[in-house]
Design a protein around this ligand. Structure first.
Ligand code: 9Z3
Length: 328
């Protein structure tokens, strides 16, 4: 396939991220290690968190994409449990696998601890069991070098990283899996239109209509559709590619997911709505098949990770053309 012009321009007109060559070296090492220890190794590239669109080159302000990183971290833990080695490409400071259980803003890790009678700091009795399970999984992943954490912040960093990482995974062929849960900006400010320094309030223009007052008008260009190139050029042949579609209007979700699948020609689009994303998702596969996966109502308040486990189960059962409610 001939590379899309806007894509080649994107990569030539935006600066290569500073951390890219270091990340590439880490991924090379990770892939070599796993392929040499186990030729049947399976590696999942999980993306997580939102990308930013800086308004200034020396960035004070930026536009952000919504995502706490819950989907990505929960799914990464699930892939690790299933025997995958995981490259976790995530928004810097968003949730991370394992530590997410104890570091969410509503869960200060200090609340899990206490002082024992003899002055030692210990895990509170009621959290012992959960923390032991998470700690064991974390230590297993660490000891076996199964988890590689790579941070990004901006949309440009994300796209450069995705291109490099996909290319480096090529030797894995069908043993590579892409699970694109990061919330990726659709719009950006091209380099040549970006202010070098902080935009000054004195620089803003008068609105077009009288009475509009001063306005900061920001013109954004569409981000090139990189998924096409990921599927046709960057990713290994035979690898599985799963992307997510986030919508807020329920009437658009399935059709947008179908359009994405049709356009990019990958394996699976998982659609979700902002307000119900923790409880239900829809799988859209080739041939317009749609399949709903839902956490039962009774379990919704207790479970923040239930849906990712059901996604894994549903994926193994292989989607059918019926609407399936796994709430069973
Ligand atoms: C998603 O839809 C994710 O499921 C969420 C997860 C961001 C909603 P949280 O991190 O939320 O658990 O809080 N990701 C959006 C994927 C996206 O932006 N897709 C793009 C597209 O469809 C590119 S692959 O164009």
């Amino acid at each position: 396939m001939i590379p899309d012009d806007s894509q080649s321009r994107y990569f030539t007109s935006n600066p290569t991220p500073k951390a890219l060559s270091k990340h590439e070296a880490l991924v090379r090492e990770f892939v070599d290690y796993h392929v040499s220890t186990n030729p049947n190794t399976r590696i999942a590239l999980v993306t997580s968190g939102g990308t930013t669109v800086p308004l200034e080159n020396q960035t004070v302000r930026f536009i952000d994409n919504f995502s706490a990183g819950t989907r990505g971290t929960t799914s990464a833990e699930y892939f690790l449990r299933e025997g995958y080695a995981v490259i976790f490409l995530h928004r810097q400071y968003s949730l991370l696998p394992y530590s997410r259980h104890f570091s969410h803003s509503t869960n200060c890790f200090l609340d899990f601890m206490d002082e024992s009678g003899d002055g030692e700091v210990v895990v509170r009795q009621e959290y012992q069991q959960k923390m032991r399970r998470v700690l064991e999984e974390y230590q297993y992943a660490k000891k076996n070098r199964l988890l590689l954490l790579l941070p990004f912040t901006t949309i440009t960093e994300y796209l450069f990283e995705l291109r490099s990482l996909a290319t480096l995974l090529q030797p894995l062929d069908s043993r590579a899996l892409f699970y694109l849960a990061a919330a990726v900006s659709d719009f950006f400010i091209p380099r040549e239109r970006m202010n070098e320094h902080k935009i000054q309030s004195s620089e803003v223009e008068n609105g077009k209509k009288s009475g509009d007052g001063k306005q900061l008008v920001v013109n954004l260009d569409p981000v090139p559709k990189f998924l096409t190139t990921l599927v046709s050029q960057w990713a290994p042949r035979g690898s599985m590619i799963v992307s997510f579609k986030l919508e807020t209007d329920p009437s658009l979700l399935v059709s947008k997911a179908e359009q994405a699948l049709e356009k990019y020609g990958h394996d699976l689009v998982i659609g979700n709505l902002l307000t119900t994303r923790k409880w239900e998702v829809v799988f859209v596969t080739k041939g317009g098949q749609e399949r709903w996966v839902r956490v039962p109502k009774a379990k919704r308040s207790r479970s923040v990770s239930g849906i990712e486990e059901l996604v894994g189960r549903a994926e193994k059962n292989k989607p059918s053309d019926e609407e399936v409610d796994l709430s069973g």
